[in-house]
Design a protein around this ligand. Structure first.
Ligand code: AMP
Ligand code: ZN
Length: 125
């Protein structure tokens, strides 16, 4: 897979620090290009984040050069969701979410996909 991204690492970015293991996290999955870990403040029984290792600030920064990376990440979601305990589709399933910019409610400016699942009720959503 060829992956061309922006600056690989932002020293001020909390998720870059997680990728670099300078800040601890609970791993869900890792390979050369992506990292997945439990959200520190979960609002569903299953709540993890899937991120590129490279520092891409948001979905607004994704272009054709990221197609392979984005495809790789999306193709991982079904497997990781079941691995982490989401109930199988269609009775179960999950919510896949990428908050983008101020209107999207994005707080951490390193691209991340939330995967939320497990039995309801949830704290939010
Ligand atoms: P948002 O940018 O609004 O999509 O959300 C950022 C998410 O990152 C929130 O759900 C936070 O709980 C989560 N988060 C922030 N810091 C950490 C951390 N150190 N480890 C795991 N999750 C985190
Ligand atoms: Zn970053």
């Amino acid at each position: 897979m060829s992956v061309h991204t922006h600056s690989e690492h932002d020293p001020n970015c909390i998720f870059c620090k997680i990728v670099a293991k300078q800040i601890p996290s609970k791993v869900v999955y890792e390979d050369d290009h992506v990292y997945a870990f439990h959200d520190i403040n979960p609002w569903a029984p299953v709540h993890f984040l899937l991120i590129p290792k490279a520092h891409i600030p948001s979905m607004a920064h994704v272009g054709a050069e990221h197609a392979a990376l984005m495809g790789h990440m999306m193709a991982l979601v079904p497997r990781l969701a079941l691995q982490e305990g989401c109930t199988p589709y269609p009775q179960g399933g999950y919510r896949l979410m990428a908050n983008t910019g101020v209107d999207g409610g994005q707080e951490v400016h390193h691209l991340h996909f939330h995967v939320l699942g497990g039995s309801r009720p949830w704290l939010k959503g």
